[in-house]
Design a protein around this ligand. Structure first.
Ligand code: NAD
Length: 261
């Protein structure tokens, strides 16, 4: 168990990819802080289940990733209550699908805040502790959309490209401090985030649900399969290992070949 007695904070871990990463890290021995929105009873159930399934401590932070002061507070809380922050996964994300001329400015602002600026605020707060302990792992959930664009996703594509730039910059700044910073870039993973964009994509492209699934989503992936949350979590776990200490500043695709095209 390479994460035994390490502490990991995973933003946006009340569902989907983040929850699976949090559980994979806990299974490997890490104490965990989960974060995200949702039904308080369901969140408490997931938090308690991590503790009972894996025998680690698990705390929940309700910090809103659009609020810099709450992000700073979440990182400081993690360090104070769990003793450190060794592995930071910036994973919270939202999506909005609309042609540029109809794209609501409020959706643009929210996507840039949650998918990009939140990572900046969490990283700038977590790095001093990682430097002092001479060890750290920063993992940012980017996307195939950090490498290529798709129409109608202007804010998301912009935020994810920006997240890749932030990751590379931080990786260079902390390269001699025992800290790595990398992006994981999934293609389509079957989670609530993908499910929720189907109605808007149907509208924007005038398609049926089946057409969106096969002609838009899986059309992008040569393997014709959705990536699974377990596969993304396994890659994140590998990045925390000693074997991965020279992987830094990378943007690792897990996209069924999408960005090879
Ligand atoms: P999801 O909707 O299941 O999870 C998103 C998480 O972010 C949830 O826990 C949600 O509560 C949290 N969140 C949203 N707004 C927040 C806010 N203001 N403050 C705090 N938390 C907030 O989606 P997912 O598919 O698991 O997405 C996770 C990450 O993976 C995102 O960054 C997404 O862009 C990225 N991603 C997903 C896919 C995919 O196909 N599902 C592909 C590539 C990248």
């Amino acid at each position: 168990m390479s994460l035994k007695n390490r502490v990991a904070l995973v933003t946006g871990s009340t569902s989907g990819i983040g929850l699976c990463i949090a559980r994979a890290f806990a299974a490997d021995g890490a104490h965990i802080m989960i974060n995200g929105l949702g039904d308080p009873v369901a969140i408490e159930t997931e938090r308690a289940k991590i503790e009972s399934d894996f025998g680690v401590k698990c705390l929940y932070s309700s910090a809103d990733m659009t609020k810099p002061d709450q992000i700073v507070g979440m990182v400081k809380d993690c360090e104070a209550k769990l003793g450190a922050l060794d592995v930071l996964v910036n994973n919270a994300g939202i999506q909005h699908v609309d042609p540029i001329e109809n794209f609501p400015p409020a959706s643009w602002d929210a996507i840039i805040a949650i998918n990009l600026s939140a990572a900046f605020h969490a990283i700038r707060t977590a790095v001093p502790g990682m430097k002092a302990r001479k060890w750290g792992r920063i993992i940012n959930t980017a996307s195939a959309h950090s490498k290529v664009a798709s129409p109608f996703k202007s804010a998301y594509v912009t935020a994810k490209h920006g997240l890749n730039g932030l990751t590379k910059t931080v990786a260079l700044e902390v390269a001699t401090d025992g800290i790595t910073a990398n992006c994981i870039s999934p293609g389509y993973v079957w989670t609530p985030l993908v499910e929720k964009q189907i109605p808007d994509t149907m509208k924007a492209r005038n398609m049926t649900k089946e057409q969106v699934m096969h002609d838009v989503l899986l059309a992008a992936q040569p393997t014709k399969e959705f990536v699974t949350v377990d596969q993304v979590a396994a890659l994140a776990l590998f990045l925390t290992s000693d074997a991965a200490c020279n992987i830094t500043g990378a943007n690792l695709s897990i996209d069924g070949g999408w960005t090879a095209e």
